[in-house]
Design a protein around this ligand. Sequence first.
Ligand code: G
Ligand code: G
Ligand code: MN
Ligand code: NA
Length: 254
Amino acid sequence: MQLTRDLYDADLDRDFFVLFQPQVSATNHCITGAEALVRWNHPKYGLISPLEFIPLAERTRFIETLGGWVMRKACLQGQQWLEQGRKPITIAVNVSPSQLRQEDFTKKVLEILRSTGFPPYLLEIEMTEHIFIEGMAQIIETLNELHLHGIRIALDDFGTGFSSMQTLVELPFDQLKIPKEIVRAAIDSEEKRAIVKMIIQLGDRLKMTIVAEGIEAMVEAELLTGLGCQTLQGYLFHKPLEALSVEPLLDQQA
Ligand code: G
Ligand code: G
Ligand code: MN
Ligand code: NA
């Protein structure tokens, strides 16, 4: 496939860039973190969505190269903001199952933290429930190692995939992210709100923070805040932004 070949041929620093979508406190809407989201600027076709190229990258080992590049970029940026005296925020990086299955994943992450100087407690690794489909034992070990080093672990898109309550209890998650589909559903009906309430109760019980994603309307922000989400993310507050555009926002709140 041509696009897959183009991925291999891509020059990471020239053809890819990382945007940052701020996450805000549900109580005062101040920025507490940002999620790194990769973009591909294809030399011929222009911008291609990660929804399209991440699955292609995942079919080959290219995802390991790309994922490592994104993590380094994100940590470099986070550290630069710290060195510029900006307010410390967590930086969340999405990782694919095959990245987590690399034998030396922890070593690679620690090397990135060491060489960039970014503190482990400000790095958050986001993964989806799809990681649980195969190679569980190795992944649990890796997550525990990362967590012992102080790195935060987040479960993305909770409730949309294969989810076992057992897994949730056994794994060292610091954060649960409620996907936009479930946020939307919560607006619809009392029954669906019950799902969100259950997720939040479970998260509280397991000492995880809860992030509601894809917040587009104030009614959604208010509902999810009322139900107990501590953090909100979505277009209502901030779109995924270039790093330079995040800076004035951080400074306003410093
Ligand atoms: O940023 P949206 O902007 O369009 O991202 C679409 C999807 O791509 C999301 O599911 C998001 O988690 C995923 N994604 C974005 N950046 C990365 C990345 O660096 N690594 C991985 N594995 N997935 C990413
Ligand atoms: O799957 P994951 O949660 O990692 O990816 C987040 C995705 O959601 C990205 O594609 C990001 O651009 C998108 N996103 C962020 N905020 C909003 C929003 O308010 N509405 C919608 N529809 N998408 C959003
Ligand atoms: Mn995510
Ligand atoms: Na998500």
